[in-house]
Design a protein around this ligand. Structure first.
Ligand SMILES: [Zn+2]
Length: 314
């Protein structure tokens, strides 16, 4: 089983390597006889590994006090139904991602720019984004400033709302640990790092990144791939902030070069210029993110759009 104790009482359970998605990371926090699972992973993985680890620690499924989700995307909440069934534990998620936890189809319908054929592919896809899993009714909807307790540990909820409208990060102040979900992840210069679903916001992400940096965490635990420790925490947050700015600048640059463009033309230009490296199979992430970034630039008064979805610089 790919699980390791990162710091005393906090274990990372590594999901299977899923090609370009890397490893999907789930965490468990143990304090006394209580266990909290953070981001249960996909419908298939890590699956039983979570329960196996809990047993290995001399505890049981009944000791799980909660299943806490940073946000409602399928690669992180797909396993919630199964884990809830096995443990009876309540599921907690940010208020605005509650509906997609309950009805996974809403993610495809409302938060991604996909045509019908792509939606069908997503449903049958065996990869981490497959959405043919069962929804779960959230027990508690989290808001900024809330706290979640497990044994002696208190996690403070910071609603970030950049990657998705309901995205939250969780801060253990006493141990200087920050669970960042997908708001800060590990894919330099590719769309998974920048990705915002249609409910997301680039300005919310930028201000969340500053807030996270000011927390001074020693451990940054993302929902994909490896954790970051100490000095590296500050550097990785800065790297993501730079990435957000680079993405906005690239869009503006391509728009200025063309005079005006729709989202598809911008995707084409980005691919040709390789200004943002995009693996082919993740082009749909780029379409969604560009749309949200353009909306942010519009709010900032830098671009405008017409009724046909053609964008131009102001
Ligand atoms: Zn996500």
């Amino acid at each position: 089983m790919a699980a390791s104790e990162i710091i005393p009482g906090i274990y990372m359970i590594r999901g299977k390597f899923a090609d370009e998605f890397g490893f999907i990371s789930s965490y468990i926090v143990v304090s006394g006889e209580s266990v909290l699972v953070i981001d249960p992973g996909t419908a298939g993985d890590p699956g039983n590994n979570t329960i196996q680890l809990i047993r290995k620690l001399g505890l049981g499924p009944g000791d799980v006090v909660g299943i806490l989700c940073t946000h409602g995307h399928p690669d992180h909440v797909g396993g919630a139904y199964r884990l809830k069934k096995a443990t009876g534990a309540p599921v907690l998620i940010g208020e605005k991602d509650g509906p997609i936890l309950e009805d996974p189809q809403l993610f495809l319908k409302e938060r991604m720019v996909l045509d019908v054929a792509e939606r069908m592919t997503m449903k049958v896809d065996r990869g981490p984004l497959r959405v043919n899993y069962k929804g779960v009714e959230p027990y508690r909807l989290l808001r900024n400033g809330d706290t979640v307790n497990v044994g002696d540990i208190t996690l403070h909820v910071l609603h970030t709302g950049g990657h998705s409208a309901g995205h939250c990060v969780f801060h253990d102040r006493a141990n200087k640990v920050l669970f960042t979900g997908d708001e800060v992840s590990n894919f330099p210069n590719d769309p998974r790092k920048f990705y915002l679903d249609l409910s997301g916001s680039v300005s919310a992400r930028s201000s969340a990144l500053s807030s996270m940096e000011s927390l001074g965490a020693d451990y940054l635990l993302p929902a994909h791939d490896i954790p970051h420790l100490f000095e590296d925490v500050r550097l990785v947050i800065e790297q993501v902030s730079d990435g957000v700015i680079h993405f906005q600048d690239s869009i503006l640059h391509h728009l200025e070069a063309r005079g005006d463009a729709d989202v598809e033309q911008l995707v084409f230009d980005i691919r040709m210029a390789r200004s943002i490296p995009v693996p082919d199979i993740y082009e749909f992430l780029l379409i969604t993110t560009i749309t949200v970034v353009l909306q942010g630039l519009q709010q900032a008064g830098l671009v405008r759009t017409d009724e046909k979805g053609v964008w131009s610089p102001v």
